[in-house]
Design a protein around this ligand. Structure first.
Ligand SMILES: Cc1cc2nc3c(=O)[nH]c(=O)nc-3n(C[C@H](O)[C@H](O)[C@H](O)COP(=O)(O)OP(=O)(O)OC[C@H]3O[C@@H](n4cnc5c(N)ncnc54)[C@H](O)[C@@H]3O)c2cc1C
Length: 305
């Protein structure tokens, strides 16, 4: 892993830097990756993406909540998001983080909160994706996902990260559920005891997870901007005659927008993950760590003022 990536990810926990970056806010360029600070800001962005043939999901940015009442407020916001998506006729689902709903406080609390949202989503014909966070949350997240599925909820999916050694075993354990899984490389700072430090190993593990997941009975969200892996998924699906309804590509708002549209033109489903909310600092730092050249983009905006 590059030293710069580690440095940026470590800085994502720095409160003083957070205050500085938040103050200069969208001027610094956060607006490239975040659809706005409010749902009203995000709705026209989602609509425009839909009009360009892209599917979307949205997320109220936030994580690591330590106060139960705050998790309740997050649930209420997501209920509103689901209602608004229905009222506006948007092609948008919801992706959320369990630590935003209380996983760092109490697993049962997070379960109750997410179960309420999954039920509400079912009532309005929508779907909830549970993002994957730092490795200490993987067990709790997978337990909650399994509990929801075994409790009869079909409109829920989760995520596996190819940088973690454990993910191939996790995938094997989930396959009997015909899971809806998003495969990602992984965005957090993880120790070499549990995660591949070298990009080529992360990429190779990604290809293995992809093939196993596409070969199973579930749905696979191929979430990457890596063109070699995208083309690998396309040729693997073609060779195995995997129907196009069994997978989709997913990318982040503001990242490789031309590639997103090219895939739509080639006839593939592409979903753009489009978060919003005032709490965008850590999300932005992860986007910088993925491509330190983005730092230059931000600094240029700062200089231009
Ligand atoms: C829809 C979606 C959902 C995700 N959900 C999760 C999650 O739940 N948990 C989690 O840990 N991670 C998540 N991630 C992040 C993921 O783990 C990676 O950190 C991120 O996708 C970058 O890896 P990559 O697969 O694009 O490949 P890379 O090898 O990092 O990048 C391939 C190419 O894509 C471009 N690129 C990649 N990132 C950026 C960027 N930030 N800015 C500009 N260009 C870029 C560059 O051209 C780069 O050469 C998600 C990613 C996506 C797309």
């Amino acid at each position: 892993m590059s030293a710069l990536r580690s440095l940026i990810l470590a800085a994502s926990e720095n409160r003083r830097l957070q205050r500085f970056v938040q103050r200069y806010g969208f001027r610094l360029g956060a607006s490239r990756f975040v659809a706005g600070e409010t749902l009203d800001d995000a709705v026209p962005v989602l609509r425009r993406l839909n009009e360009n043939g892209l599917l979307t999901n949205t997320t109220l940015l936030g994580e690591g909540v330590r106060d139960e009442a705050e998790t309740r407020a997050v649930v209420l916001v997501y209920r509103d998001v689901l209602d608004r998506v229905q009222a506006e006729g948007l092609r948008a689902n919801v992706a959320l983080k369990l630590t935003h709903l209380g996983l760092s406080i109490d697993e049962e609390l997070a379960y109750r909160n997410v179960a309420e949202l999954v039920e509400h989503a079912a009532q309005v014909g929508n779907f909830i994706r549970i993002d994957m966070e730092e490795s200490r949350h993987v067990d709790g997240t997978l337990r909650i996902y399994r509990r929801l599925r075994e409790g009869g909820h079909a409109n829920v999916g989760t995520v596996l990260q190819s940088y973690l050694f454990r993910s191939e075993d996790d995938l094997a354990a989930l396959l009997p559920l015909a899971p809806n899984l998003r495969i990602v490389k992984g965005a957090y700072l993880e120790p070499a005891e549990i995660a591949y430090p070298q990009k080529r190993d992360v990429d190779a593990a990604y290809a293995r997870l992809l093939e196993t997941s596409l070969g199973g009975e579930g749905f696979t969200a191929v979430a990457t901007h890596d063109e070699a892996l995208i083309e690998h998924a396309i040729s693997f699906a073609r060779e195995r005659a995997i129907p196009s309804g069994r997978f989709q590509f997913q990318m982040l708002y503001g990242v490789r927008p031309r590639l997103q549209l090219e895939l739509v033109q080639r006839g593939y489903d592409v979903l753009v993950a489009t978060p919003y909310g005032p709490d965008w600092y850590r999300y932005l730092m992860r986007r910088l760590a993925e491509r330190p050249a983005n730092l230059l983009f931000l600094l240029r905006n700062l200089v231009r003022g």
